[in-house]
Ligand binder design. Structure first.
Ligand SMILES: Cc1cc2nc3c(=O)[nH]c(=O)nc-3n(C[C@H](O)[C@H](O)[C@H](O)COP(=O)(O)OP(=O)(O)OC[C@H]3O[C@@H](n4cnc5c(N)ncnc54)[C@H](O)[C@@H]3O)c2cc1C
Length: 528
C-alpha cells in the first residue's frame, strides 16, 4: 500500500526531477526501491516574497514498504494513504417520475448521482444548450441585447459557466473528490485533483458541461431545454407534477428544485404556492480591475512571474465605522469583467477567466455584507427587492443601458478627482460617482476596505485600477426552508437544492448539495 509524505517544501522553480531526487534523500531510498510516486497536493506559499515555495504532499509506493514505514514511525508527516472506500450504488428500479429543474452544478450532480443508482429523470432547463447560450451571451456583450432566458445566469451549466471555474470550497464532504473526479472524467484538466486552489476556466467548463449532457442522454435522461418550471401541481398535499412554460403538465412524484439564486420569477411562483421561504443576508459591492502585472509584482515581489501561476489575492477587513465585513470575492486572475444581468433594466457585474488565465487584467468583487439593517421587514423577498433596486439604479446611471457605471479606484476611495477609467466590461462603461449609486454604509465600508487592502497589498490602491458596478448576485437572498429530509417543509416531494435554495455557495457546495438530495431520493425509493 502506498504512503504519503506531507509538507515537502520546494522553491517554486524546482523541477519534478529535482523533487524526486530530494524525495529519495528525505526517505534515504535508492531510485530502484521506488515503484511509483505522484504529487497529490500542491499549494503555493508566497507569504515571503524572497522565498516563494510550493508545499507538496506526495504519494509513493516502495518495494520494502514496511521497513520504510517503520523507519519513519515517529515522523508525523509520513503516513499510510487512507484507504479509499469505493462507494457502491444499489440499482433501484421504480415507476415513480423524478424531475430536476435547473442544469447548474446542483441539478447536474443530482442527475449524475441518480444515474449511479440506475435511475433516470427528466431535466427541465429554462435556458438553452451551452453552445447556443454562449452565442446569446456574446450578443448581449457585443450589442446589449439581453435574452432574459439565456444569459450569464440562465442556461445549461448554470451560473458558474461563465466564470473562473474556481473549485475551492470551505465545506468538507465525502463527495468532494467524487465531484473533482467527475469533472476530470468529463474533460477537466487532471491538475484539479492535486492543486490546493483548482480552477477549470470558462472555456474548459463549457466543454465539461456539454460532455455531462451527452452522458446523461446516454443514460436515458430526457432533457427539455427552453423548459421553464412555471407552476407546481399537488395532490393530497404532495408534489404530483409541474407546469412547464405555463402550458404543459408533467407528472412527477419527486421534484428537485435546483433553479439557482437568480430565478426571481420562480421564487414568486413558490410564494404563490405558499412554499415557506425566508430572506437571507448576502453581500453587494463593486468589481475592481487591475493590470495583472501589477498584482503579480505585488504578490510575488520582483520575481519574474515565469514558473508562478497568475497571481491571486484574498482580502478581508472589518470596518469598525459601519461595523461591516468587507472582502474580495470571486477573484478572476488573468480574466475579464463581464455583464451578468438576467433581468431587463438592471446592470449586474461579475468576472470570468479562461483556464490559461491569460488576459492582461485581474478582477475581483469587493463586497460588503448586507442584511436586516439594509432591507428591514420580514418579507422573504426583501433582499431581492434591495438587489433589484440597486441593479436598476446602475442601469439608470448607465444612461438606461447595460453600460456599467464605472470610476477610477483612486477617485472613488478619495471621493475626489477625475482620473481615467477603463474596463474590460462590455458593452461599455459610463464614468460616474459610484458612491451615489451604493447605499451610504456600503460605500463607506468599501472606501475603508480599499485603504486597508492597500496596507495588506501595497499598490492595490492605484490610479491604474477601475471599479464597475453593481455586484449584487453574490449569493442567494432567499432560503427555501427544508427539513432534515431535504424536502420543503411546506410540500413533501419538493427538494429545494443548491445555491438558490440557500444551502450552498459556489460550484462545489452546490454540486455536493445536489448529490445529497439525489441520495435522499434514492433512500426514499428504496424504502417504498
Ligand atoms: C459570473 C459568475 C461567476 C462565478 N464564479 C464561480 C467560481 O469561479 N467558483 C464557484 O465556486 N462559484 C462561482 N460562482 C457561483 C456558482 O456559479 C454558483 O454557486 C453555482 O452555479 C450554483 O449552482 P446551482 O446549481 O445551485 O444554481 P445555478 O448554477 O444558478 O443553476 C440554476 C439553473 O436553473 C435554471 N433555472 C432557473 N429557473 C428555472 C426554472 N424556473 N425552470 C427551469 N430551469 C430554471 C437556470 O437557467 C440555471 O441553469 C459564480 C457565479 C456567477 C454568476
Amino acid at each position: 500500500m502506498p504512503f504519503l509524505i506531507r509538507n515537502l517544501v520546494f522553491d517554486f522553480r524546482t523541477t519534478e526531477t529535482a523533487i524526486f531526487v530530494q524525495l529519495l534523500t528525505r526517505l534515504a531510498l535508492s531510485k530502484e526501491e521506488v515503484v511509483s510516486w505522484k504529487i497529490v497536493r500542491k499549494g503555493l506559499d508566497a507569504r515571503k516574497k524572497k522565498s516563494i515555495r510550493y508545499v507538496y504532499t506526495i504519494e509513493i509506493s516502495v518495494r520494502n514498504e514496511s521497513a520504510c514505514i517503520e523507519k519513519f514511525a515517529h515522523d508525523s508527516d509520513i503516513m499510510h494513504v487512507p484507504e479509499k472506500v469505493l462507494k457502491t450504488f444499489p440499482v433501484i428500479s421504480t415507476d415513480k417520475e423524478i424531475v430536476i429543474a435547473g442544469m447548474g452544478p446542483a441539478g447536474l450532480f443530482a442527475a449524475l448521482r441518480l444515474a449511479e443508482y440506475g435511475l433516470q429523470a427528466t431535466i427541465i432547463e429554462r435556458g438553452r444548450p451551452v453552445e447556443q447560450r454562449v452565442q446569446d451571451v456574446q450578443s448581449f456583450w457585443d450589442r446589449g441585447t439581453l435574452n432574459p432566458e439565456s444569459n450569464v445566469q440562465f442556461g445549461e451549466g448554470g451560473a458558474g459557466t461563465f466564470s473562473d471555474g474556481k473549485l475551492t470550497t470551505r465545506i468538507r464532504d465525502e463527495n468532494l473528490s467524487y465531484i473533482l473526479d467527475s469533472f476530470v472524467r468529463f474533460g477537466a484538466p487532471r491538475e484539479i485533483l492535486h492543486l490546493a486552489k483548482p480552477h477549470i476556466g470558462t472555456d474548459k467548463l463549457r466543454r465539461v458541461v456539454a460532455a455531462i449532457r451527452t452522458e446523461l442522454l446516454e443514460r436515458g435522461f430526457t432533457i427539455r431545454f427552453s423548459g421553464k418550471l412555471t407552476d407546481l401541481l399537488t395532490t393530497r398535499g404532495q408534489v404530483s407534477g409541474l407546469v412547464l412554460n405555463g402550458a404543459e403538465e408533467l407528472p412527477c412524484e419527486y421534484l428537485v428544485l435546483a433553479t439557482g439564486h437568480s430565478a426571481r420569477d420562480t421564487y414568486e411562483m413558490l410564494q404563490r404556492r405558499s412554499i415557506r421561504m425566508e430572506r437571507k443576508p448576502f453581500a453587494i459591492g463593486l468589481r475592481v480591475e487591475h493590470p495583472q502585472d501589477l498584482i503579480n509584482s505585488i504578490q510575488y515581489g520582483d520575481k519574474s512571474a515565469a514558473g508562478l501561476p497568475t497571481a491571486e489575492y484574498v482580502l478581508t477587513h472589518h470596518d469598525p465605522e459601519t461595523d461591516r465585513p468587507v472582502y474580495s470575492f470571486c477573484m478572476c486572475p488573468g480574466g475579464v469583467v463581464m455583464a451578468a444581468a438576467s433581468e431587463v433594466g438592471g446592470v449586474v457585474t461579475n468576472g470570468m477567466s479562461s483556464f490559461q488565465r491569460n488576459s492582461p487584467f485581474a478582477n475581483s468583487a469587493l463586497v460588503v455584507a448586507v442584511g436586516e439593517r439594509d432591507f428591514p421587514g420580514s418579507h422573504p423577498f426583501a433582499g431581492i427587492d434591495f438587489q433589484r433596486a440597486l441593479e436598476q439604479k446602475a442601469y439608470a446611471a448607465g444612461n438606461f443601458s447595460y453600460y456599467a457605471p464605472a470610476q477610477n479606484l483612486m477617485d472613488f476611495t478619495s471621493g475626489k478627482g477625475f482620473h481615467a477609467v477603463s474596463s474590460t466590461y462590455r458593452p461599455g462603461i459610463v464614468p460616474v460617482d459610484l458612491a451615489e449609486i451604493l447605499p451610504r454604509d456600503v460605500a463607506l465600508a468599501l472606501k475603508a476596505g480599499v485603504k486597508q487592502f492597500d496596507r495588506q497589498m501595497r499598490g492595490f490602491l492605484t490610479v491604474e485600477a477601475s471599479l464597475t458596478g453593481v455586484e449584487t448576485r453574490t449569493s442567494s437572498p432567499v432560503r427555501i426552508v427544508r427539513g432534515d429530509d431535504y424536502q420543503s417543509v411546506s410540500l413533501p416531494g419538493l427538494f429545494p437544492t443548491g445555491e438558490g435554495a440557500g444551502y450552498a455557495g459556489g460550484i462545489m457546495s452546490a454540486a455536493v448539495d445536489g448529490i445529497r438530495v439525489a441520495d435522499r431520493i434514492a433512500k426514499e425509493l428504496r424504502a417504498t
